[in-house]
Design a protein around this ligand. Structure first.
Ligand SMILES: [Zn+2]
Length: 541
């Protein structure tokens, strides 16, 4: 266990007689010309600095919001002294794909993230962000939160605002309006353009149009990050498209939550990684992120053909009420249950959350079909899906990814770790366990148990790599002068606990979390500190 000695008392703030005595001692030590003083001093831990180099023993001293020193500091004075023997001290993790914007209000501690070592989340993924970005970030900046917060701007959200949920090309005037919104978003502090070309209305966007917006944000130093158009039968075409956006848009591009869905696509990560390596060899800056699970999670409408989603919920419900189009929709859902997100069995699809029916979360499509007195055939399950979509839709978990692909993608030096999770209200709904477990699961299962990657490489994929990707140059590594986002964890016990059956379980083994020099998790307890900041992108002014 981590032992702590705290000269200041609970909150680490100076005051009272002990402080005066402490101050006098500090001054006298200073007068002897030795012994620096730190607000927080972590001693005797193995330092994994984020760069990927092997661990080494050192003490880490923190002063104010920054790392003050790394070295032999054991003789120094400290406000809070953390005994790091047996532990690893590392940079706080940066989650480059987060859906935390809804949860950060009701859960400002983001405890699920703290307990897996995450100190910064990047919102606005999958082509979806609030607009304007300034209003969004101003709102977050006003609320006291425990972790740092940043965002992308969503291409789908921009298109929705200018063109609506319609399947057609943009006019020249609309394109110029969209470029203006993208540019303003960068000035407001976004880190880049996210696309969700799988989702309405991103799916109505020709690649050329995305490239035009990519050029705008690329000139301002930002990146493109893509939830790709298709991650199953056509996943390789989608990888090519993502690379093309980077190549022709003149900016770094990232395949987010990379996976290959459905049995027919299992193994295709061999080729997708080859495409990435070939692109990099010719100078295209393409990278990947990934969560360590064999199930994905998104709306149940992911099973519905995209033409049926044009125009929004009301139009979709109308199509489902028309005999002819309902039959065509059903045929596609059956195909998707067989070969795509259903991976051949309705039981592979489980409901996460349903606004109109609180009894459904946690149940799979086979169970729901049976509860209606029907055999769980593909056809009957498709009827259930259509009913759920007509009522407004639910979110779902889809077990349709092969472990071999997860491992292969993780081993790529171009892959970083990201959760694609959110900040759940503890105990509510049946979310994908990635929100609670992503980072700890990589450290526990894929580093310690299976030796897929080294501990140093895992930390790099969670800290320095995403930081550099975003051009956040003062976080993501342990270096004197950098912002003090620092974690202390036990490499022998760090592990995820959240499962698909019991998702509301915090990860274990991360004992101390420091954000901007303040302890937000101390000796396993969440503190009252809320030092999280909004971090602004490269073109912010
Ligand atoms: Zn996504």
């Amino acid at each position: 266990m981590v032992r702590n000695r705290n000269a200041y008392g609970e909150r680490g703030r100076p005051g009272g007689l002990p402080y005066l005595i402490f101050l006098a001692a500090t001054l006298s030590v200073a007068a002897w010309g030795q012994g620096a003083r730190y607000d927080i001093l972590i001693t005797g831990a193995r330092v994994i600095d984020g760069s990927g180099t092997p661990w080494f023993y050192a003490d880490v001293g923190i002063q104010g919001d920054s790392i003050a020193a790394i070295g032999h500091l054991d003789g120094a004075q400290a406000g809070v002294r953390i005994d790091g023997r047996g532990m690893v001290v590392a940079p706080g993790f940066i989650d480059i794909h987060s859906h935390g914007r809804r949860g950060i209000g009701p859960v400002p501690t983001a405890e699920n993230y703290l307990r897996e070592g995450v100190t910064t989340i990047i919102e606005g993924p999958d082509g979806s962000s609030p607009l304007p970005i300034k209003t969004f970030l101003d709102g977050v900046a006003k609320s006291p939160i425990s972790i740092n917060f940043a965002t992308f701007v969503g291409q789908g959200s921009i298109r929705q605002q200018v063109i609506g949920s319609v399947n057609r090309k943009a006019t020249a005037e609309e394109l110029s309006t969209m470029k203006g919104i993208a540019e303003q978003a960068m000035r407001d502090g976004a880190f880049g353009l996210s696309t969700g070309l799988f989702y309405v209305p991103g799916n109505f966007t020709p690649t050329d149009e995305v490239i035009e917006l990519a050029k705008v944000v690329g000139k301002l130093g930002a990146i493109h990050i893509s939830h790709m158009r298709e991650e199953a039968a056509h996943v390789l075409d989608s990888v090519r498209e993502t690379i093309r956006i980077g190549e022709e848009g003149g900016l770094p591009t990232q395949i987010t939550h990379h996976k290959t869905i459905g049995q027919a696509s299992w193994g295709k990560s061999v080729e997708s990684l080859k495409l990435v390596e070939e692109a990099r060899a010719r100078g295209v800056d393409v990278t990947i992120d990934q969560y360590p699970y064999t199930a994905s999670s998104t709306g149940i409408a992911a099973l519905v053909p995209q033409w049926a989603l044009e125009g929004g919920q009301k139009s979709t419900a109308e199509r489902l009420g028309t005999t002819d189009s309902r039959a065509r929709i059903k045929a596609t859902i059956v195909q998707n249950l067989k070969y795509d997100r259903g991976a051949g069995d309705p039981k592979n699809v489980a409901i996460v959350n349903c606004g109109f029916d609180r009894t459904l979360p946690g149940k799979n499509l086979a169970e729901i079909t049976r509860s209606r007195g029907q055999e769980p055939t593909m056809e009957n399950a498709a009827e259930v899906v259509m009913d759920l979509v007509a009522k407004g839709g639910c979110s779902a978990v889809y077990h349709a990814i092969a472990e071999e692909d997860v491992v292969r993608i993780m081993k790529s030096p171009y892959t970083m770790i990201a959760s694609d999770g959110d900040i759940p209200v503890f105990g509510q709904a049946a979310p994908h366990p990635r929100s609670y477990g992503t980072f700890a699961r990589v450290l526990g299962v894929y580093v310690r148990e299976q030796h897929v990657i080294t501990l140093e490489d895992a930390v790099r994929k969670m800290s320095a790599f995403p930081a550099e990707r975003l051009k956040i140059y003062d976080r993501g590594m342990l270096r004197p002068g950098m912002k003090a986002d620092v974690i202390v964890f036990d490499p022998a016990t760090v592990s995820d606990r959240a499962t698909f059956d019991k998702p509301h379980q915090y990860s274990a083994g991360v004992h101390e979390v420091i954000v901007n020099g303040k302890l937000v998790l101390h000796a396993d307890q969440v503190t009252a500190e809320r030092p999280g900041r909004v971090i602004y992108g490269p073109a912010h002014r």
